[in-house]
Design a binder for this molecule. Structure first.
Ligand code: SF4
Length: 234
């Protein structure tokens, strides 16, 4: 009997999935669906979308920390659920809080330029933050807020399974790497984040105030481009 347990579990999962489809109005499933040319990745993409949807669903109207009471919108993340590259910032700012999307203000426009310079479109990558709700007056995130929210970021990264992560700014780098080292010493080399190569670099908002540091950021992202085989775009 013991060796039948995985098969029974698979059948139970299949049954639950079919019942879920029925509840959403699906009445029949074709035995085989011909895929259009070039659509080979549609199955894994759908699997990732479902995983991210399930994480978003778990979050719900989150009030796991105090920021739930002060936010306008929860900013989950945006982009390709099957992205090769994920950008992780600190927390939503005012514009992001209003619009419910990460990196949409002036710093977001600069991030979009960096993404394009790397040979990607904004839609090809995934963008999110360590915290999903804006701290009032953009104050620094507090430890209980990080403790409550970071597990969802980790679940997102596991669902996407990117080839690399770029974390933007001191707070994101120190939080993900569990260190107090300054960003100036963390940037410029890959770190290991749960098996994913992670490159810390300066936050685009910092670059807006210190444009001379763009050279360092370009050097950092070039290492990521090389890892992803995008270095021929330079
Ligand atoms: S910051 Fe994260 S844990 Fe806190 S309320 Fe928002 S989603 Fe929930």
């Amino acid at each position: 009997m013991a060796e039948n347990t995985p098969a029974l579990e698979t059948l139970a999962s299949l049954r639950a999935y079919l019942e879920e489809l029925r509840d959403t109005g699906v009445e029949a499933i074709p035995l085989a669906v011909p895929l259009p040319a070039g659509a080979e990745r549609s199955v894994p993409e759908q699997a990732s979308v479902e995983s991210l949807c399930s994480i978003r669903s778990d979050l719900g109207e989150c009030g796991r920390c105090g920021l739930g009471a002060t936010r306008t919108n929860l900013v989950f993340g945006v982009g390709n659920p099957d992205a090769r590259l994920v950008f992780v910032g600190e927390a939503p700012g005012r514009d992001e809080d209003f619009q419910g999307e990460p990196f949409v203000g002036e710093a977001g426009q600069l991030l979009t330029k960096i993404i394009q310079a790397m040979g990607f479109s904004r839609e090809e990558v995934y963008i999110c933050n360590v915290l999903k709700c804006r701290p009032p007056q953009n104050r620094n995130p507090q430890p209980p807020e990080i403790e409550a929210c970071e597990p969802f970021l980790l679940r997102q990264l596991k669902a996407i399974s990117p080839e690399a992560v770029i974390c933007l700014g001191t707070f994101a780098a120190q939080t993900l790497l569990r260190t107090k080292e300054p960003i100036s010493r963390l940037r410029g080399k890959f770190h290991n984040y749960h098996g994913i190569p992670l490159m810390p670099t300066f936050h685009p908002a910092f670059l807006l105030r210190n444009p001379a540091m763009k050279r360092e950021v370009w050097s950092d992202v070039q290492q990521v481009m090389k890892l992803l085989g995008k270095d021929q775009a330079t």
